[in-house]
Design a protein. Structure first.
Length: 112
């Protein structure tokens, strides 16, 4: 077999492989688009509404993004929140123990 026949064989194989991959890609694309159309129809049939933009409720403070906040203020706000959660847990624990008739622990006295 002459040398140029190998070039023709490999070129034909390359063209056939490219055509095959293009055909498979086209079929996958069409199936994906059909699936998306079905999903769109299902969503509209169910009447699922896209949530609107969040409207701030009156009386709630607007919070700025933490990345733009001053680190010292953020740390202070974190410590205040931590302390208020700790106090709330202690108050709930004391109330529960009083309701159950159990004695208070020494750690439940904040001034000790």
């Amino acid at each position: 077999m002459p040398w140029w026949s190998w070039i023709l064989i490999w070129a034909a194989l390359f063209v056939a492989a490219a055509a095959f991959y293009a055909l498979v890609g086209w079929r996958i694309f069409r199936k994906l688009m059909a699936t998306l159309r079905e999903a769109e129809g299902a969503v509209s049939a169910l009447g699922v509404a896209v949530p609107a933009a969040v409207v701030p409720v009156a009386g709630t403070p607007e919070q700025e993004l933490g990345i733009f906040d001053d680190p010292i203020r953020a740390k202070a706000r974190y410590e205040e929140g931590k302390e208020s959660r700790r106090t709330g847990r202690r108050e709930r624990r004391v109330a529960r123990r009083l309701a159950n008739g159990q004695p208070r622990a020494l750690r439940d006295f904040p001034d000790l």
